[in-house]
Every structure is written in structure tokens, then in C-alpha cells.
Design a protein around this ligand. Structure first.
Ligand code: ATP
Ligand code: MG
Length: 505
């Protein structure tokens, strides 16, 4: 008997439907899986055999052949256990299969027949909708996640026996949705805790206002890490589409919480400086998404930037420019979304001296340390901020300035102006404007033109740097609620290119 069950394989951060064909014929008992399975898929026959028996069904003492089609697509992981088991049970007549219409199945089996959570269910649900499959059978732990796909009927089964009941049209087998998770504890990262550093706080507000890249340079203990970690709290919430986009990536990476709750905040990724190129950009065979993709629509925070290996830093150049990363391997080319906001922090010298006056490093050592950050990389960072060491008076000052809530409101208003202005262009933030859009939306008065021309000459600004200054000026104007760019907006934006000046020195 031949049976077919639909399932899906993960390809990068998307899913492709896979036909699981199971043939059970009389002959010497054997169990063969073909169709480019990896070792986890090949091992599934041991789990499937034991789970079927422990769920109370007879396992056929026949020749079983499982084909995963299309055969040229690599199949990974344990999510094919459930479709293979249901295929065998259909071929032997335990599943009648005709009652619920076209459906797809994913799930890993435990030896006792329980169905375990799998990665990438959101991507599978979206693939089903694209292909006109309106029912998806999932593990109970993935129920909430799958339900986020509009128009998809989700059936969740806790055990193999329940899944068989579902396919046979037994509604009682449908599992109740899992308990809603407890509200996440709110973290207490507030801007009001940061004393002094008004200039850096302003830069963070501008960075959040237009999704600009930011570099904080300053002595140890001045608050760089503290400030950067507070950025996520002032960013606007994800829109409905962005929630699905970011959650799909995190689901494929297995990072969504076990109860399948979708992401409610923008991602904030802070990898350690020992990370490799493939960890940061993505890689492996087949390629897996890296930190830049996990930070898509959120923040990638690189603390102690010059400590990262230089070739790792240089690998950021393409995603920073394109908002995507393309990984070519002998087996094919993968393209991952990577539209993130880079926030980086660095000490001005290797020893982390408290200030320039007290620095015991030689000028050559200092130049070598920040010199690890190449010109093309710095050019892609819109805001360079030099933090002074915190003065004792600042540290004891009782009134520390605006708190997170106030700043978030201003940022939200500026982002709304951008969305309205850019609505016909397909982008949402100033930082993503193309050169042509910069010409169109960032017209400046003649006086500001002269200022920018002088900055290009004296700071050695590149053409890209020039455009990035204009984008930052546009955000500064948006934060001020100004329709047109004025000379003071451009002047403030130019101030944030301090490392261009050092590069010239
Ligand atoms: N501006 C500030 N206001 C209030 N507390 C501060 C400030 N700067 C530093 N601190 C205190 O010092 C601690 C260390 O600050 P932080 O880790 O941000 O320094 P850093 O600049 O990142 O230093 P390093 O270069 O060594 O990483 C903070 O947790 C906080 O308690
Ligand atoms: Mg730090």
C-alpha cells in the first residue's frame, strides 16, 4: 500500500513543502528512507517504529520504503517523525486520512508516542498558506505559534494516538491550546538611571529615531554598555507584519519560547567578541542564519568593537549596506534578511586608560587600536559619539534628565512622520533611504549646502558619509517635528562624524 502525507523542510529562514511517500509491501522486514535525509531524519525510523508500538498500533513486519520528495532538497531534523509515522499508519489502514481535507504535518516523536516541539513552525504555516494547504497538524507546544498565520486551521496533538484520532475525524482528540504564558517580567533598564552623558543620550535618541548605526567611544566605566542596552527600550514596537517576519526567523533558529509566544519586542543581539564570521553572518552546510539575521528589524550590539577579529568586522560591510546577506556555498546560494541597526562600543585605547590626560599608551598604540576599525566600516556608522569620563558632579546630580517613556514617545512620533513620508517607497525609516530618496526627501537650504561641502573637505567625508549625514539630519528634523531641513539640523548631524576627523589626523 502506498500513502502520502505532506510535511515541510526548512530552507534558510523559509520552509518548502515536502511529500512524504510511504510504501509498505510484503517482503523481508526492512525500513529504508531516501530523498536526501540527514542523519537525524535517517534515525527517525528507530523513533517511529518504537513510538508506533508504544502508541498501541501494530508495526508492519513488511518492507517499508519512505521517500521524501523533492529528492534534491536536503531534509534536516526530527520534524519528519510524525508525518512518516502517519504515512505508515495510513498505508496499513489505521489512518483513514480523508476527513480533514488537504493538510500538512510536522512533529518529533518521543519513544512513548508523545509529540515534541519542532523549530520553524511559523515558516511551515506560511509555506502552507502560499501553497493553498489550509490545515496544519503541529505539536501542542507549537500551537500558539502556528495560529499566528492568518487563515490557517491549526490542529495540535499531544500524542501520536491523538494525531491519528484527529485525522480520522475524531474532534475529541483536538488538544486544548496550552496555558497562556505568564506576563514576562519587565526589565528595569531606564534612561533616567544614566547620569550625565547628555550628548550620548541625545545620539541614542537620534539613532532610535531613524534606525541609524551608532558607535560609542569612551573610557571604561563611563556608561557605554549601560546606554547601549537601554536603546531597545526606546525603539517603537514591532508592527503586526514585523512580528511575523522576526518571529519566523527566531522560530527557525529555535529561539522562540517553548510555549510558542511570538516576539513582542525588537530583537537585541549582543554576541561576544570571539564570534566567528559564520556565527555573525551565517554559514555552515546548509547555511544557517547568523547574528545579523537574528537581529533583523532590531539591534545588533557589538561591545568592545576593536576586540572583534578584523575579518569578522569586515564581513559586516555587505549586510550593513544591503540589509541582506548572501552566502554562497558549493551546494547553492542562500539569501537571509539582515536589516538591523548596529550599535557598537569601544574604549579609545587597548589598556582602557581613564582619559586622554592619564593615558599611558603611545599615540601610535592608540592609533593602532581604533585603526582596527577600517574606514569603510566607520563610514557605514552614522553617529560617532565620544563619551567623556563621568565628572563626580554629574554622578551625584539628582536630576538625570528624561526617562525611557518620554524618549520613546518622541521617537515614536518621529518614526510616524517617516512612515507617512516614505509610505509609497516600501521602506519605513530614514536610515534605509536610497541615494535617490535622499535627494528627494533631504533637500537642504544653500547655507547648509556650503556647510556640507566644507565638512566633506575638512572631515574627508565620502559620498556615502555625505548621504548618511543628510539622513541623520532628516531624523533630527523629524524629532523636532520640522517639515524642511534647516542648517542647524545639518550642523548637528555633522558633529556626529568625529571619527572621520580622527582618521584624517
Ligand atoms: N553615566 C552613568 N550613570 C550612572 N551609572 C553609571 C554611568 N556610567 C557607568 N555607570 C555605572 O558603572 C557601571 C559600568 O558601566 P558600563 O558597563 O556602562 O561602562 P562601559 O563604558 O561600558 O565600560 P567598559 O569600557 O569597561 O566596558 C554601570 O553598571 C553603572 O553602575
Ligand atoms: Mg562596556
Amino acid at each position: 500500500m502506498l500513502a502520502r502525507v505532506l510535511s515541510a523542510a526548512l530552507v534558510g529562514v523559509e520552509a518548502a513543502l515536502v511529500r512524504v511517500e510511504v510504501d509498505v509491501t510484503p517482503g523481508l522486514p526492512a525500513f529504508t528512507t531516501v530523498g536526501l535525509p540527514d542523519s537525524a531524519v535517517r534515525e527517525s525510523r528507530e523513533r517511529v517504529r518504537t513510538a508506533i508500538r508504544n502508541a498501541g498500533f501494530p508495526f508492519p513486519a513488511d518492507r517499508i520504503t519512505v521517500n521524501l520528495a523533492p529528492a534534491d532538497l536536503r531534509k534536516e531534523g526530527a520534524s519528519f517523525d510524525l508525518p512518516i509515522a502517519l504515512g505508515i499508519l495510513s498505508a496499513t489502514g489505521a489512518v483513514t486520512n480523508g476527513r480533514i481535507g488537504p493538510f500538512a504535518v510536522v512533529g518529533e516523536l518521543a519513544l512513548d508516542g508523545q509529540i515534541q516541539a519542532v523549530r520553524g513552525v511559523l515558516a511551515v504555516g506560511l509555506a502552507c498558506r502560499r501553497q493553498g494547504i489550509d490545515t496544519l497538524v503541529v505539536p501542542v507546544a507549537n500551537h500558539t505559534e502556528a495560529q499566528a498565520v492568518e487563515g490557517l486551521r491549526v490542529l495540535a496533538a499531544p500524542t501520536l494516538r491523538d494525531a491519528v484520532g484527529l485525522l480520522n475525524g475524531n474532534a475529541d482528540a483536538a488538544a486544548p491550546p496550552p496555558e497562556p504564558p505568564a506576563a514576562p517580567a519587565t526589565d528595569d533598564l531606564d534612561f533616567a538611571d544614566v547620569r550625565g552623558q547628555a550628548y550620548a543620550k541625545r545620539a541614542l535618541e537620534i539613532a532610535a529615531g531613524g534606525a541609524h548605526n551608532l558607535l560609542l567611544v569612551g573610557p571604561p566605566g563611563g556608561g557605554k554598555t549601560m546606554l547601549a542596552r537601554r536603546l531597545a527600550a526606546i525603539l517603537p514596537p514591532l508592527t503586526r507584519d514585523e512580528v511575523i517576519e522576526a518571529s519566523t526567523i527566531w522560530s527557525v533558529a529555535g529561539l522562540l519560547p517553548r510555549h510558542g509566544e511570538l516576539m513582542s519586542r525588537r530583537p537585541f543581539r549582543a554576541p561576544h567578541h570571539t564570534i566567528s564570521v559564520s556565527g555573525l553572518i551565517g554559514g555552515g552546510t546548509p547555511p544557517h542564519p547568523g547574528e545579523v539575521t537574528l537581529a533583523h528589524l532590531g539591534v545588533l550590539f557589538l561591545d568592545e568593537l576593536p576586540e572583534f577579529q578584523q575579518h569578522v568586522l569586515e564581513s559586516l560591510r555587505q549586510p550593513l549596506e544591503d540589509g541582506r546577506v548572501t552566502i554562497a556555498r558549493a551546494s547553492g546560494v542562500s539569501d537571509f534578511p539582515a536589516s538591523f541597526q548596529l550599535v557598537a562600543a569601544a574604549n579609545p585605547c587597548r589598556r582602557g586608560c581613564p582619559s586622554l590626560d592619564l593615558c599611558i599608551c603611545t599615540p601610535a598604540e592608540r592609533a593602532r587600536y581604533l585603526g582596527r576599525l577600517s574606514r569603510p566600516l566607520l563610514d557605514r556608522i552614522d553617529l560617532h559619539v565620544e563619551l567623556p569620563a563621568l565628572a563626580p558632579a554629574d554622578f551625584r546630580a539628582p536630576a538625570p534628565g528624561d526617562g525611557t517613556e518620554t524618549i520613546r514617545t518622541r521617537v515614536g512620533a518621529a518614526r510616524q512622520l517617516q512612515r507617512d513620508r516614505l509610505c509609497a517607497t516600501g521602506i519605513r525609516v530614514n536610515a534605509a533611504m536610497s541615494p535617490r530618496q535622499v535627494r528627494r526627501f533631504c533637500a537642504v537650504p544653500a547655507e547648509a549646502e556650503r556647510l556640507l561641502a566644507a565638512a566633506m573637505t575638512h572631515l574627508g567625508l565620502s559620498a556615502r558619509g555625505h548621504d548618511r549625514v543628510l539622513k541623520v539630519a532628516r531624523t533630527i528634523a523629524d524629532l523636532a517635528g520640522a517639515e524642511t531641513l534647516a542648517v542647524e539640523h545639518c550642523a548637528e548631524a555633522i558633529q556626529y562624524r568625529s571619527l572621520d576627523r580622527q582618521w584624517r589626523a
